[in-house]
Design a binder for this molecule. Structure first.
Ligand code: ZN
Ligand code: ZN
Length: 52
């Protein structure tokens, strides 16, 4: 349970986003609210897809 962008532990976060990778659909992307607001890039660990 870590933010994929900043690697912050999300267990203590009550606001985060969880979605499947839009490219391969096989990886769960977890992002904290902070990275979502800032539009920090993430990279899928499976297919290396990068998205905002
Ligand atoms: Zn984050
Ligand atoms: Zn992927």
């Amino acid at each position: 349970m870590k933010c994929i962008s900043c690697h912050k532990n999300l267990l203590s976060e009550d606001d985060f986003t969880k979605f499947s990778c839009p490219s391969c659909g096989g990886e769960e992307i977890l992002r904290c609210a902070n990275c979502r607001v800032k539009g920090v890039l993430y990279q899928c660990t499976k297919c290396d897809f990068e998205g905002p």
